[in-house]
Design a protein around this ligand. Structure first.
Ligand SMILES: Nc1ncnc2c1ncn2[C@@H]1O[C@H](COP(=O)(O)OP(=O)(O)OP(=O)(O)O)[C@@H](O)[C@H]1O
Length: 357
């Protein structure tokens, strides 16, 4: 049974849709990430759920109650923003106690509990100016969790931190939210953040949800070209459906799993960048393997992988992730690459003739 249900929410600003017919549901204790480029409508959607903005149409149900029109404070939701706005003149304890004070609750035990939860025991008397960026974010998290919100909304909470700290804190954040079973919506434009923190990810484009899925499903089965591009997949290959359900492309005829399509339909296939291997000169490809012969154009070492750009005879550029445990291919070398057939996926063109679900 879903805790939060959002039905057909839309919101226009100056006649332009910021949120466009969005529906989704969220179970108790789940973390949903709203992922998308700047300006795609993530914050607007969050503000509508928080009650800070009224939708033009649609309904929001929380714990079986229609909350679409009720005031933000009556929703008992928590929020944490990138500009965490801690009170600089109050110490750590007073900051975390803020939401409890407002409700007239005695803060002592709860504040200590929250500081322990975020790994800041012993920090209660510190001034905010004496904290690092990461410690401030922990205080902000403790402050938003202290009043035990029914739903926590986080808008780019790690955006202002440097990369290594962000990477550390995103894992911590998920652990903390899971430890207390908090239901949360987390807004980010950063794919790795969404993959680390979310149970579910909703990819948003022009105010619409393109796909809502687990991180793994999203990565393994991006449904359309917008999502594939957003996830950083480069190998999008145009093709034409043949009468035997094969697909004619510039680099050969393939037989990927296809939805119900007609012969002569023009479609796009995604060739995933991994797993891929280089075949030796004499080696035959394995059964059920796609083989591509191409010239190496660029090799970039990225730790566990080489990012290898190759160019086929038909001048198509493709990019693959090759394990850096094998020897580095040379620039201009002609190589044969082997990929499993499962690396070739059908992706819907977007915008398409039919709108996404
Ligand atoms: N109060 C407002 N008045 C007018 N236009 C607005 C308002 N709030 C948002 N918009 C517009 O709605 C669109 C979506 O904005 P929103 O802030 O929701 O996007 P976002 O995905 O959160 O972006 P970012 O990641 O940059 O914060 C943008 O085009 C923005 O300019």
């Amino acid at each position: 049974m879903a805790l939060l249900e959002v039905f057909n929410i839309s919101k226009n600003f100056n006649l332009k849709p910021a949120v466009d017919n969005v529906s989704f549901s969220l179970e108790q204790g789940q973390i949903l990430c709203l992922l998308g480029h700047s300006g795609c409508g993530k914050t607007s959607l969050l503000r509508i759920i928080a009650g800070l903005e009224q939708p033009d149409c649609g309904r929001i149900i929380f714990d079986k109650q229609d909350i679409t029109s009720i005031a933000p404070y009556q929703r008992s939701f928590g929020m944490m923003f990138q500009e965490f706005a801690l009170f600089p003149h109050k110490n750590v304890f007073q900051n975390v106690a803020f939401g409890l004070d407002v409700r007239g609750e005695k803060p002592n035990i709860k504040v200590q509990e929250m500081l322990a939860l975020v790994g800041l025991e012993g920090f209660a008397k510190r001034n905010i100016s004496e904290l690092s960026g990461g410690e401030r974010q922990r205080v902000a998290l403790a402050r938003s969790l202290a009043p035990s919100p029914r739903l926590l909304m986080l808008d780019e909470p790690l955006g202002s931190l440097d990369r290594s700290l962000r990477e550390h804190l995103m894992g911590e954040l998920r652990k903390i939210l899971k430890q207390i079973g908090m239901t949360a919506i987390f807004v980010t434009h950063d794919q790795s953040e969404a993959f680390t923190v979310g149970d579910q990810i909703a990819v948003i484009h022009n105010g619409r949800i393109m796909q809502i899925d687990s991180p793994e499903n999203l990565y393994k089965h991006p449904q359309n070209t917008i999502i594939a591009n957003f996830l950083g997949f480069h190998n999008l290959i145009k093709g034409r459906v043949l009468s035997d359900k094969g697909v004619q492309t510039e680099i050969g005829i393939f037989y990927p799993q296809l939805p119900d399509l007609n012969p002569e339909d023009n479609i796009t296939l995604l060739l995933c960048p991994e797993p891929v291997r280089i075949l030796t000169q004499s080696e035959q490809g394995k059964e059920l393997e796609i083989i591509i012969t191409a010239r190496v154009r660029e090799v970039v070492f990225q730790g566990p992988i080489y990012k290898v750009t190759v160019q086929t005879d038909s001048r198509m550029k493709l990019i693959f992730n090759l394990s850096s445990a094998v020897s580095r291919p040379d620039k201009n070398e002609i190589i044969r690459l082997g990929l499993p057939f499962s690396a070739l996926l059908y992706v819907q063109d977007y915008p398409a003739s039919t709108s996404p679900g």
